[in-house]
Design a protein around this ligand. Sequence first.
Ligand code: ADP
Ligand code: MG
Length: 466
Amino acid sequence: MDLFEKNIFWDRLLKGIEERVNVQSFTTWFKPLVLKELTKDTLVISVPQPYFSSWLEEHYLPLITSVSRSILGYDIAILFSFSDSLEDKESPPQTFPEENNPREATYRSALKNDTAFLDQLNLNSRFTFDTFVVGHSNQFAYAAAKAVAEAPGNTAFNPLVMYGGVGLGKTHILQAIAHHYLNSVKAQKGMNRVIYVSSEKFTMDFILSIQNKLASQYSKYYRTANLLLIDDIQFFNNKERTQEEFFHIFNDLHQKGKQIVLTMDCPPAQLKGLADRLINRFQWGLVTDIQPPDFETRIAILQKKALNDGVNLDPSIAEYIAEHITSNIRELEGSLIRLLAYSSLHGQDLSLDMAVTILGDTIRKPSKLITIEYIQKMVSEHFSISPNMIIGESRHKEIAAARHIAIYLCKQLTSSSLKTIGLHFGGRDHSTVIHSISFTKNKIVSDPAFSKQVHTLIEKAKNPDY
Ligand code: ADP
Ligand code: MG
């Protein structure tokens, strides 16, 4: 089946399903699906969240099977697959005969014909600038990404490096650059060689190209990019040959004024297992971070997502989710999807009560596990002072600062009352506890470095392996 036929099949499948389920179920469960692969006997569907697979299997497999049968006239196996960026992460065959090597064909046609490769980009159509909510936490990265997408290679941001924690929108914004550029006038004039790739895929392709004696085509392919976007560079760690190959590609493109954009999970200087000369180059252009979203941005993201799914989200529900899920936008979206799913399945309207019941378990989990003693221990280790000093009377600046943070974290992460918290901190009274909390809150707002430190501690508390 060629690409055209596959797309027709997929369209008809979705239309057939749309006719048979209610609107909300369709928007929640089927709209986000993407056709990944269709062969004579198998249909592989990409799902946007891991739990879609089990949900679809449990609730909708017979329906998908029967609609698919009505189109094809026979039964095929239906599989669901989750991968982060919708990129093909299946392990490719170890080696293949030269003459029908699909990668070779890909490189050849890509080199011959600029447009041929666009199909291979594997972009998630949802990850555009339009769907990206801008707030304090990401406005700088957003502005830089937009500038680069408008005039790749013609800004001072080469390379543009964006870093941030898991689920904060790095992949989204990186792919938005590709979408924007591909839709722009320049791309239509044939300067459209955009390559978007995860660092894992880059590595895998590089290894395969060596095994299959295609290293020079591989390198040439990357060197003809106008815009090279590589996601999650930290996974180059300890892969020396890949790093070396990338180093040469980087130099070549940079010298020719071609745009390079990279994402990573920490500032370049903190990358482990990467060659100094690479880290050095990452700092040539602009390095910008993406911070966890503040409360207002979290609300805006939820509202926008709901609107996209055709749902009017009551502010009290948005606030409930945004108050409790603070550090990962993927989880924020996941909670909303779970709610929509529940409401669609049970035919009930969304309500705050429903949100509390459905999300309560996940949301309350951290406070069950995190104790005041644990926070005191963690904060004292972080600042290299003893827990006794944090609890004690010292007014030494550093110790008092650590104490304020510890008290703030106890309020945020445990369900203990102010009185209980005070008792655990050497019998301090309620107003002293309040003072520590508001002092820390104010500093979080006014001092980004401090805010980051507190955020790191929160992550650490929630996830001891952090
Ligand atoms: P990362 O690559 O940093 O781990 P992703 O880019 O995959 O994170 O983002 C996780 C999810 O959160 C995606 O579904 C993405 O669309 C969404 N998301 C992240 N940031 C934003 C934002 N600012 N506005 C809207 N959605 C966002
Ligand atoms: Mg990512």
